[in-house]
Design a binder for this molecule. Structure first.
Ligand code: MF3
Ligand code: CO
Length: 251
């Protein structure tokens, strides 16, 4: 069942979204050559707490950390640790926050120093794929139209859409109905739904060079591309409106 949020619920999510946006802004400022992803986690967690929020990934199904920090071929769910960022890396930072019982979730992929043209390109294609999705969403469109819009843009630019992980509804829980895939499939068409005003979604294209096949590392969390080629991830939490959508996690 897809819940349509009330004005009051959306207001809470807007507050959660502001904290997420501030945390990702801080991530962009801090993510530099030589810093560790663990340091980044500590600073972001402190930011969230100082704004009366709670980082929601920690403890979710046993996930050990307040953020996900995924480097280069890591797609999602990278666990922060002692690894130092190097010039040329691309770092995806993903964070979810609860504020007064409501949640917001967003991610951004950040360049570390000067990066290769290939890395620049995958970042801009992934960010634009999310922007295309945001421009497409409004009350009355189907979930498959949203998925198709992301898939077309990504594939037209020579990248693959990750299929093993999707976006999701969000609100009182981090993962609510509906699942929000970034590609069209028979199973999506079979359960296709119309989006209505008040629906709150985390839209999160994950894209990669080469094959979309992924695998999970021995730490049981970190998802990497099987061929170890680059991957990028951008995410915003939005609320569907009659004329479009409001992005709740934008700075
Ligand atoms: N943005 C991801 C998601 O919505 C992050 C989840 S990380 C987890 O699924 F650790 F909490 F699973
Ligand atoms: Co998410």
């Amino acid at each position: 069942m897809i819940e349509c949020k009330s004005v009051r619920q959306i207001e809470r999510m807007r507050e959660a979204g502001k904290i997420v946006a501030g945390a990702l802004h801080l991530a962009k400022e801090l993510a530099e050559i030589g810093i560790t992803t663990k340091f980044l986690e500590k600073e972001l967690d402190r930011y969230v707490q100082s704004h009366q929020g709670r980082a929601i990934f920690k403890g979710y199904r046993g996930y050990p950390s307040s953020i996900c920090a995924s480097i280069n071929e890591e797609v999602v769910h990278g666990i922060p640790g002692p690894r130092e960022l190097c010039e040329g890396d691309i770092l995806s930072v993903d964070i979810g926050v609860e504020y007064k019982k409501y949640m917001a979730d967003a991610a951004v992929t950040i360049n570390i120093g000067r990066i290769s043209p290939a890395a620049e390109n995958i970042l801009s294609v992934c960010e634009e794929a999310l922007n295309q999705a945001i421009r497409t969403v409004r009350s009355g469109i189907k979930l498959s139209s949203l998925a198709g819009c992301v898939q077309r843009y990504v594939e037209a630019n020579g990248y693959s859409v990750i299929r093993d992980y999707t976006g999701h509804g969000i609100g009182r829980d981090m993962h609510e109905d509906p699942q929000v895939p970034n590609y069209v499939s028979d199973s999506l068409l079979a359960r296709d739904v119309m989006l209505l005003a008040g629906t709150t979604l985390a839209i999160e294209p994950m894209i990669c060079e080469g094959s979309a096949e992924t695998e999970v590392l021995d730490n049981k969390w970190t998802v990497v591309t099987k061929d170890r080629r680059l991957s990028a991830h951008f995410e915003h939490t939005v609320v569907v409106t009659d004329t479009g959508c409001e992005v709740l996690t934008r700075e």
